[in-house]
Structures are given as structure tokens and as C-alpha cells.
Write a protein that binds this ligand. Sequence first.
Ligand code: ADP
Length: 437
Amino acid sequence: MNPELQQQLKKLLILLLLATCVGWLAGSVPWALTITLGWLLGRNFWQLLKLQRWLDNPSQSDVPESTGLWGRFFDTIYRKERDHRASEAHLKAIINRVQESTTALKDGVLMVDAYGNIEWWNRSAKALLGLRRPDDVGQPVINLIRDPRFIRYFERRMFQEALEIPSPINSELHLQYTITEFGQSERLLLIRDVTRLNRLERMRQDFVGNASHELRTPLTVIQGYLETLQEQFIDHNPGLTRALRSMETQAIRMGNLVTDMLMLSRLETTDSLSDELPINIHGLISEIYDNALYLQPEKEHEITLDIEPGYLLLGQEKELVSAFSNLVYNAVKYTPAKGKIKISWWTNKQGGHFCVLDNGIGIDPVHVHRLTERFYRVDDGRSSSQGGTGLGLAIVKHVLLRHNARLEVDSRPGEGSAFTCHFPLSMLKADSNEESA
Ligand code: ADP
């Protein structure tokens, strides 16, 4: 048994013994015992009252004091209360420090609950997004940042890449949003002002765009003269004709390079689609297929087409033509004579899919993750001899990014390649003509 309890029991027994002795001397043991037990009961009742009074308002008064068992009991409560207050103060200090440091951050911080409503923000977020307290607390974040690109990004819950769009209160300010999920589907938005970086990047892109544009006219003149000179010397000087033909091939290559660079710089300068129009995917792919037939007819490829009807694709026709033709022309370029190429489009629960499949030279897996880099070529000599610029797949990547789509490459050396563009369901629209037909 607990020694403390033993001692208390001993005290109680002595008290009762004393009461019995006093009662015996006074001539009434029952009365003496009743008075002693009544006194004990009253004392306990009094301590309970003190405890109840303190529990009713613990912050206003200290824990009551007493002796004996009750004293020990109150002491334990007092110690626990003191520890609790200390850890509460410590936690408060930590929260204050976190809030202070987050408030002092140059980047905006915005906390959003599981339902997408704003919970808290720091000073920078207020300046960057124009948030007002208390009106905006509890408001859905997509009501305050109404840009469709943000709404799409926020609702898609795929936050691997950051999103860059102008600020909702000042279109001159360019903001980068990075979202992290935490707790129970709550989201933390980090907002960075990237206006200066953006301006520098735009200057670089403008320079490439302008330089490519300026190169276009002299190149056209050179190509024109080369054609005329070839016509003049065709029968007289075979050596010179050969040189002129080679010069013309290189001039055409430079022309292609300039066109691709202009396309890339245009794709980069406007970060997302300004107008998404419904595109007749059947007509678009059929036209690319027709052109592919005349690209290298000497190779006698077996090119087949398989287009599933029913849906229109939302996007920019010119850009999609450029991306899809790059994939189809690559298949033609890198598939030897008599090879097979299959162009297909289909839709399912995941979205729309465009695939170019060939049984050409294929690509070693080590190169696959770098294919969409600018000027990355698996085999420099082969690409150049085919008139390749090394920018085709970079263009494909940018066009797909702007259409919320992604490129999947499946290839084996010597067996062939499959380049598939996956478009999300949000970029599809049911073709009403097909439905009524
Ligand atoms: P290029 O203008 O050199 O074709 P791309 O960016 O279009 O540049 O392609 C990058 C590289 O990917 C090419 O150099 C080529 O080696 C490889 N490649 C692309 N498509 C195919 C394909 N269908 N089969 C084999 N290799 C391919």
C-alpha cells in the first residue's frame, strides 16, 4: 500500500481511538464518535467547496491550499496547472514568432481551408492581391483571384509546377503562385513578385524574336538569287551548280530555323492561350496527313489515319497544326523507306489523345527525357541531313503546355517510336454536328 495512504489511515485510526477514549471518559462513546465523524465529513465538504470554487474560475484565483491528503491533492493540481500554463505560453510564443516572421516575409503567404476559403494572409499577400480584413476572411479564394488560369490551376490540384499570371489588382505586376497542400486538404499559397525576372526574360525573348524576324528578309533574298543563279548555270557549270544547290539547302535550313525560332519566341512571350476556340480535329489532322504523304514520297511509307469522331478540341489551331505536324514530319524523317506510320486520335474518360506511331529508327531511352530541350538531337548528323532544326519537339512541348496537355514518348532503338499528346477532358467539347448527324 502507498506509505502516504498508510499514514493517513493510521492518523484516522488514532483520531477514532482518541474519540473513543474521550467518549468513554465522558460516558458516551457513540456521541464522541458521531461528533468526530461529523467533523471529518464537514472538513471534507469544505475542501470540496474550495475546489469547486477554484474550478469555476481557475484563471481568477490560485489553486486552494490545505494539509494532509487534500493538501497533496491541491499541490498536484497546482503543479499540473503551472506546467500547462508554461507550455501554453511557450506555444503562444512560437506561434507569435512564426506569425511575425511570416508577416515580415517579402513573399505573400495565404492559407486556404479544405473548402477553398481564405483563412489567413500576411502583409505582402495583402499588398500583392489587395486583400482586406475582415471582409475577405472566409471568402472563396477563386472569388478574389478570378483569372481562369488560376481557377483551373487551383482546382486541378496538380501543384508540381508554379503558375505565373498578372496580379488581380495591377496587371503590371507579375505574380508566381506556388501551392502546397497540408493537413486535411488545406492549401498554402506562396506568392512571389516576379515582375523584374519576367521583364528580363521577355527582353531575351524579344531579342531572339526580333533577330529571327530581321534574318528573314535577307534569307529570302539569298534564296531568290540562288534559285536564279541555278537556273542560269544549270547546263554550263556542273561544279558551280552543285555548290549553288548545297548553298540553297543550307539557306532553306536557315529559313526553317528562323521560322521555328520565331514560333518558339511567340509561344514563350504569351504564357497562355488568349482564346480557346473549338477546333475540328478531324479536318486538322487530315490536312497534316495529306501533307505528310508528299513530304518524302520516295520513301514509300505506309501512312495510315485513324480518327475517332465525336469531340472538338479547344485551343489555338495554328499552334496545334505546328505541334502535330512536327510529330508527323519527324516520323516521316526518322522512318526508313517502306516503313509504317500510324496517325490516330481518340477520346476516353481521361481526355483526348493524339498519337504518331512509327516503326522507324527509334530512340535510346537515355535520350528520351531530354528530347524537348532546344537544339537537343539524338544524332546530330542524321537530324541535319534531314533538314531538322532541333527545335521541333521544344515547340511541341510549349504548345502542349499552353493547352494543359502533356507529351508521352515511348521508343525503342531499331523498333520505332510512339509520341502521344494527352489533352485533359476540360479541353474537349462534344461535337454537336456529329451528335445530330
Ligand atoms: P529535329 O529538328 O532534329 O528533328 P526535334 O526537336 O523535332 O528536332 O527532335 C529532336 C530529336 O528527337 C531528333 O533529332 C531525333 O533524333 C529525335 N526524334 C524525334 N522524333 C523521332 C522519331 N519519330 N523517331 C526517331 N527519332 C526521333
